[in-house]
Design a protein around this ligand. Structure first.
Ligand code: KG4
Ligand code: ZN
Length: 331
């Protein structure tokens, strides 16, 4: 079975072709140059750029995969969460192709895509495992008992981790996108400023990052000559400590020895190295998707679609975009 997956939930256009769980081609068109000057994503522009990029990326992906549109057995696209105008481009494109070629269509939850990104590199991870999902809109800890059975044990009470990286980057005038720019600045800094670690009680698995963000703002106002590198490094150290303390506490609490970390923030090098250090100390295994599968991409949507197709979970062509779609817990 060969499938094409489209990812257009925000500002990156992604097209990937998979044969079963194997990625044959994976392409991404970034819109950073379009939105950069506005300091964030402009939804109307994002949708127009997806529309321009998607047919070009499809041709490129088919060519790289060595197949034609008639070889495709199923078309998959992200249904949500995301910007509705952006989602509609990928979704309508996939449905249109499914109708024209009389093939099947499957709508994929973007968060499920992030989660399944890890299986692209590590197909044999065994359930149960703890998942830390950290993206621009989500920060949550899940216990996965099987494909169908998972439950949420912690979530952010305010900002998501990626959103906090972006907001602090803006305070430091680092532009957009903020996460990678902040990481780069932090690499030249000393994490010596003791920013707060919110909700640090051991048995509380929720996150809160708005207080940390405000602490950075006040510190900047009161110390205008402070080295920006040190502020970035100290903020990054605080947020990573919060994320890892709670994730590994969840592993302890539920007696689980495998941790999986996914989503855009999972591409952060310090988060990756610190997580490995935590895991070594606790005799726990930790897995990250390769960096290119942490931030938004279509291969992860294809990998989740593959799991759905294996279970005959095809979608109806009436399936619509759902901007606030969450991950539904099943127990
Ligand atoms: O998963 P993703 O690509 O898109 C969403 O589904 O939200 O995540 C994007 C988020 C942004 O907030 C971005 O600043 C953050 O991930 N991010 C990072 C890094 N790369 C992306 N945060 C910290 N360090 C990074 N290297
Ligand atoms: Zn995402």
């Amino acid at each position: 079975m060969i499938l094409v997956a489209f990812e257009t939930s925000c500002d990156d256009t992604g097209v990937a072709i998979l044969e079963e769980e194997r990625v044959l081609s994976n392409n991404l068109a970034s819109q950073v140059h379009v939105h950069g000057k506005f300091g964030g994503v402009v939804p109307e522009l994002a949708a127009r750029k997806h529309l321009e990029a998607i047919p070009v990326l499809l041709d490129k992906s088919l060519e790289e995969a060595g197949c034609s549109i008639n070889d495709i057995d199923c078309f998959a696209a992200t249904v949500g969460p995301g910007l509705v105008g952006s989602l509609l481009v990928g979704l309508s494109f996939a449905k249109g192709l499914a109708i024209a070629t009389k093939k099947r269509f499957v709508g994929v939850n973007h968060l499920l895509g992030h989660l399944h990104a890890v299986f692209l590199a590590f197909p044999d991870i065994k359930y149960p495992f703890v998942v830390l999902l950290v993206s621009g809109g989500h920060s949550e800890i899940l216990i996965m008992e099987s494909w169908e059975k998972f439950f949420r044990v912690g979530k952010t009470r305010d900002d998501a981790a990626g959103e906090s990286f972006d907001k602090v980057a803006r305070m430091l005038n680092l532009g957009y996108p903020g996460g990678p720019a902040l990481e780069l600045l932090a690499s030249a800094g000393n994490p010596r400023i003791p920013f707060p670690r919110p909700l640090s009680e051991k048995d509380n698995l929720d996150f809160s990052f708005s207080g940390l963000k405000t602490a950075v703002l006040y510190h900047l106002r009161q110390n205008p000559k402070e080295k920006k590198e040190d502020i970035a490094a100290s903020f990054q150290a605080a947020i990573i400590e919060s994320l890892l303390e709670k994730t590994f506490s969840a592993a302890d609490k539920f007696n689980i020895s495998t941790v999986v970390i996914v989503g855009g923030v999972a591409s952060n090098a310090l988060l990756r190295s610190e997580a490995h250090a935590y895991a070594r100390k606790r005799n726990t295994k930790v897995y990250f998707p390769p960096k290119q599968y942490c931030t938004d991409n279509a291969a992860m949507i294809g990998r989740a679609a593959f799991e759905m197709l294996n279970r005959n979970l095809f979608s109806d062509l009436s399936e619509n975009a759902v901007p606030y779609l969450g991950l539904n817990e099943s127990c």
